[in-house]
Each structure stands twice: as structure tokens, then as C-alpha cells.
Design a binder for this molecule. Structure first.
Ligand SMILES: Cc1ncc(COP(=O)(O)O)c(C=O)c1O
Length: 367
């Protein structure tokens, strides 16, 4: 079990930025999986119009009632099946508080590091189960392989977990488990509480949603609004689940957890679903173009269903450091247990061309 604490993420490290002597806006950030076309201009406009002394001074709605109603209508679930929070990561810690303490946890890996981090906080023993398509070479070190869903199901059944974490689509691999595959895995541990993180679902051409499965009563789905609507600085996410699971989570949530401007932005985002559809379609085209350019330059980006992808390189830490000197940030995937990969999140075309030029200059031979 890894020690609990602040773990590496692709988001900007502000101390590192300060040490470089630059401002965050001076950097091209390929390390954080956020819609580069956002936030929606209409949302920024709504925030500007709402930014009065009164909204700053007044406490927010503790239950985010208006936003919750919009999200419930969108997903066709009762309002009591949704809990809004200060980002998905915050909700993950809340779920940890109520459901992870000293429980047997299974995590499909390689994946987002916070699941194991929260488990460590709650003294919960973790069994790592290899994500379909990935195999362990050594403890915590993965390689792309032929691991079938059936193998994964078998390993899950053997772990006898009380709680299962699945990131779908997965971070950092960009792959997805389709409903029949997820069902096969569920059958291996039907008594466990399933926590399915769909933070990146909307980036897919055909988004996956297991929200209808909350009816099972042991199925929680995490969704983030910081990625597709680009609200990383405001923080906004939600969890969907059976009201019997959501009620106690709501009771345990810290009061006034989601600030008024984040709630307002979330409500305004729900009027911008077309904006999301259009910009994410554009981003998928940008991603395909970037991958073609990288391939033409001799690199081998791995397939993906979303806006980010893995790319094998010989020395990710060195490449990251070299690119940082050129004001470009990429994600070294060593902390995911992928020490020969970087993760690249597609940006707008100009930025993508600058990345390819910098990589070509560095030399594909050296990578
Ligand atoms: C898979 C996954 N889930 C959740 C989060 C956190 O999302 P939020 O910004 O909503 O806290 C991230 C952020 O990197 C992520 O990659």
C-alpha cells in the first residue's frame, strides 16, 4: 500500500512554474486532460454578470439544489440520486470516509492514483487487478499485453473485494470497457460496492454511461465537470447512485462544500451542451491529426477513445524536463506504473504543432 498524501498529477505544479520564472499562461500544458476550447464563453459571461459583492458574501446553497435538479433531469434519475461536490476528487474522499475504512479494495490498474491514495488514508488493503489489455511486469509496473476481460474477472473474483474501483474510460490509457465487458467484471464481484469513474466519458464519440446501473443499489458513478467544460479552477463534480447510498454521503459531506460561483457555472454549463458536443468533436479531430503527425515523425502513440493518449518513450523524466525548458508540459507516467510512457492531452492545433516540432527537434531516435 502506498503512503497517503499528495500524489503526482498532471495538473500544473505551481512551485515548479515559479522556479522556472514563468507564469502559468506562458506554458503549453499537455499534461492535464481538459477541454482546451473551454470554458464555454457563455459561462464566463454568466460568471462575470453574477460576480457581485452579494454573491461573494452569501453562503452557497448547501445542496446545490438548482444544479442537482438540472443534472438529475439530464441523466433521468431522481434528484436524490445526485450529490454535487467540489470536484470528483473531493467526492472520492467523501466516499472513502464512508465506504473504505478497512475494507478489501480492488483497483483496476494502471489507473488514476487517487483511488489507492484514498484507500491508504482509510487503512484499506488494496488488491491491484490488471486492467484488460495491461499486464504486470513487476509489482506496480505495467506493460501492454493480451490480458483478456475474462482474466480480469477471474482476478477480481479471487480478490473477493468489498469495494471495486474502475475508471472508464481509463486514465491514463484512454481505453474503454464497453457495457458487456463491465457486466462480465461485475458478475465476478456482485456483492461489492462498485465505484465507476466516468470523468472522461463525454470526450468519447459515443460516451459510455453506467448511470442507469445505479438501480442495482451498489453502483456509484463519478462524473466531473472540470474536464469537458474546463472548470478546473472552480472545481465541480457529482456522484450518481441509489438514493440509499447518496443520502448518507450527503449527510457526511462538509457543509457549503461547493461554492456559489461553481454552482452557477455548472447551471450555465447545462445550457451549453451543444457547445460541449461541437468543441469535443473538434478536439477528437485535433487528436487524430496530432497522432498522425506524431506517427509521421516516427513516434508510436497508443490508440485512445478520448482526448489524451499514451506514447512510449525511452526516458519520460528526461523528455519532460527537456520540453519544460521549452515551456511545454507533458505527463511522465512513471507514477502510474508506466515508466516507459508519457501521456499527451490534445490541445488546439497551433499548440499541437509546437509540441510535434519540439519532439522532432529533440529527436525521435533519442526517445
Ligand atoms: C480519472 C479521474 N477522475 C477524477 C479526477 C478529478 O477530477 P475533478 O477535477 O473533478 O476533481 C481526475 C483528474 O485528473 C481524473 O483523471
Amino acid at each position: 500500500m502506498s503512503p497517503v498524501g499528495q500524489i503526482p498529477h498532471g495538473t500544473l505544479d505551481y512551485a515548479e512554474v515559479a522556479a522556472l520564472g514563468v507564469r502559468p499562461d506562458d506554458l503549453l500544458v499537455f499534461s492535464s486532460n481538459i477541454n482546451p476550447y473551454g470554458p464555454p464563453p457563455a459561462v464566463v459571461k454568466a460568471l462575470r454578470a453574477a460576480l457581485t459583492p452579494a454573491i461573494v458574501a452569501r453562503y452557497p446553497d448547501r445542496l446545490s439544489l438548482e444544479l442537482r435538479a438540472r443534472l438529475a433531469a439530464y441523466h433521468r434519475v431522481p434528484e436524490t440520486a445526485i450529490l454535487v461536490g467540489n470536484g470528483t476528487a473531493d467526492l472520492l474522499w467523501l466516499i472513502g470516509l464512508l465506504h473504505l475504512r478497512q475494507r478489501r479494495i480492488a483497483v483496476l490498474t494502471p489507473t488514476f492514483g487517487e483511488y489507492e491514495n484514498v484507500a491508504a488514508l482509510m487503512a484499506a488493503p488494496v488488491t491491484r487487478v490488471d486492467y484488460p489489455g495491461w499486464q504486470r511486469r513487476a509489482e506496480g509496473i505495467f506493460t501492454a499485453g493480451e490480458n483478456a476481460v475474462a482474466n480480469c474477472a477471474q482476478a477480481l473474483a479471487a480478490a473477493q473485494p468489498e469495494v471495486v474501483f474502475v475508471c472508464n474510460p481509463n486514465n491514463p490509457t484512454g481505453q474503454v470497457l464497453h457495457p458487456d465487458e463491465l457486466e462480465q467484471l461485475y458478475a465476478a464481484a456482485p456483492a461489492a460496492l462498485w465505484i465507476v469513474d466516468e470523468a472522461y466519458s463525454e470526450f468519447m464519440a459515443l460516451p459510455v454511461s453506467s448511470i442507469p446501473w445505479i438501480e442495482r443499489g451498489n453502483w456509484l458513478v463519478l462524473r466531473s465537470m472540470t474536464k469537458d467544460f474546463a472548470l478546473g479552477g472552480l472545481r465541480l463534480g457529482y456522484v450518481a447512485g441509489a438514493p440509499a447510498l447518496i443520502g448518507p454521503l450527503q449527510q457526511a459531506q462538509s457543509p457549503w462544500n461547493t461554492n456559489s460561483l461553481a454552482q452557477l457555472a455548472g447551471i450555465a454549463c447545462m445550457d451549453q451542451l451543444n457547445w460541449r458536443k461541437t468543441t469535443l468533436a473538434q478536439l477528437r479531430a485535433d487528436c487524430a491529426a496530432l497522432r498522425r503527425e506524431l506517427q509521421a515523425a516516427g513516434f508510436t502513440p497508443r490508440p485512445t477513445t478520448v482526448n489524451y493518449f499514451l506514447m512510449p518513450v525511452a526516458d519520460p523524466a528526461r523528455l519532460r524536463a527537456v520540453l519544460l525548458q521549452r515551456r511545454i508540459v507533458i505527463r511522465d507516467c512513471t507514477s502510474f506504473g508506466l515508466p516507459s510512457y508519457v501521456r499527451i492531452a490534445t490541445q488546439q492545433p497551433d499548440a499541437n504543432r509546437r509540441l510535434v516540432a519540439a519532439l522532432v527537434e529533440y529527436g525521435s531516435g533519442e526517445l
